[in-house]
Write a protein that binds this ligand. Structure first.
Ligand code: ZN
Ligand code: FE
Length: 257
C-alpha cells in the first residue's frame, strides 16, 4: 500500500480524490470538478500536482482540468475512446492498459454505459477502485450514452474484482440510492443494516464513500441483476428475464423513483 487518498467534497455531492504515492511523493487528482479546492489542498499540504486522472467527460469531472494544468503543469490522463471530449488531455488509456502514479500502478477498464467512453482505474496493490459515475454506493450511473447490456458488462467487470476493493465513486448519492434499493429488496438483511448505517453516517455529516465491493455485491441492486432476490422483487413479469433485462428495468425504475 503506497497510496494516500484524500476525499475533497465539492459542489452539491461530488467527490474529488487527491492521491499521493508515499514512495515517490507523486500526486494526482481523480475527476477534478473544480480547480480551486484542489489548489487549496495542495497549498495546505505543500504538495505539487503531477497528474489528473479523468474517468469521463462530464463537466463535474473535468471542470478543473485546464485551470489545474495551467497552474501546476500537470499531465492529464483520460479515456482513449473519449479523448476529444477531455479538456487538455495528454495521454489516453483504454481497457487493459496500465498507468501509474509514481510506484502505484493502476489497471484501466473500459466501462461504457453512463457515457460511451467511461473508464475506471483500479489500483490493485492499494485495493482502490476509482469508478467515476459507473458504480455508485448502492447505485449506478444513469444510461446517458449506453445500453443496459453495456452497463451490465461494465458492472460485471468491476464486480469480478476482489471483495475488499474500496469503491471510490464520484458522488455522495448513497442515502437516496438506499431508499430506492429498499423499495425493491426490503427483505435483504444486509441492505437494511447498510441503509440504517448510511442514515446514521449522513446524520453525523460523515461520507458513506468509499464502500467495499463486497458490500456492494451484497446490497447494490445494479450488481444483483442476476440474483434471484432482485428478480423476484421486480414481479412475475420478470420471472424468466435475463440479467440485462433486469438491469434495464431496475435502472428505468430508478430514473422515475
Ligand atoms: Zn457523469
Ligand atoms: Fe458526475
Amino acid at each position: 500500500m503506497t497510496l494516500e487518498i484524500e476525499q475533497i467534497p465539492v459542489l452539491t455531492d461530488n467527490y474529488i480524490y487527491l492521491l499521493r504515492d508515499t514512495a515517490s511523493g507523486a500526486c494526482a487528482v481523480v475527476d477534478p470538478a473544480l480547480a480551486e479546492p484542489v489548489l487549496a489542498r495542495l497549498a495546505a499540504r505543500g504538495l505539487t500536482l503531477d497528474l489528473i486522472f479523468n474517468t469521463h467527460h462530464h463537466g463535474d469531472h473535468v471542470g478543473g482540468n485546464l485551470e489545474l494544468k495551467r497552474a501546476t503543469g500537470c499531465r492529464i490522463i483520460g479515456p482513449a475512446a473519449d479523448a476529444a471530449r477531455i479538456p487538455g488531455i495528454d495521454e489516453t488509456v483504454g481497457d487493459g492498459d496500465e498507468t501509474a502514479l509514481g510506484s502505484a500502478r493502476a489497471r484501466v477498464f473500459d466501462v461504457p454505459g453512463h457515457t460511451r467512453g467511461h473508464i475506471a482505474y483500479w489500483f490493485a496493490d492499494d485495493q482502490a477502485l476509482f469508478c467515476g459515475d459507473t458504480l455508485f454506493a448502492l447505485g449506478c450511473g444513469r444510461l446517458f450514452e449506453g445500453t443496459p447490456a453495456q452497463m451490465w458488462r461494465s458492472l460485471s467487470k468491476l464486480r469480478a474484482l476482489p471483495g475488499a476493493t474500496r469503491v471510490y465513486c464520484a458522488h455522495e448519492y448513497t442515502q437516496a440510492n438506499a431508499r430506492f434499493a429498499l423499495s425493491l429488496e426490503n427483505d435483504n438483511p444486509a441492505l437494511r443494516a447498510r441503509a440504517a448505517a448510511v442514515d446514521r453516517a449522513r446524520e453525523q455529516g460523515r461520507p458513506t464513500v468509499p464502500s467495499t465491493l463486497a458490500e456492494e455485491i451484497a446490497t447494490n441492486p445494479f450488481l444483483r441483476a442476476d440474483q434471484e432476490g432482485l428478480r423476484r422483487a421486480l414481479g412475475p413479469a420478470f420471472a424468466a428475464a435475463d440479467a440485462v433485462t433486469i438491469l434495464g428495468e431496475t435502472r428505468r425504475r430508478k430514473d422515475v423513483f
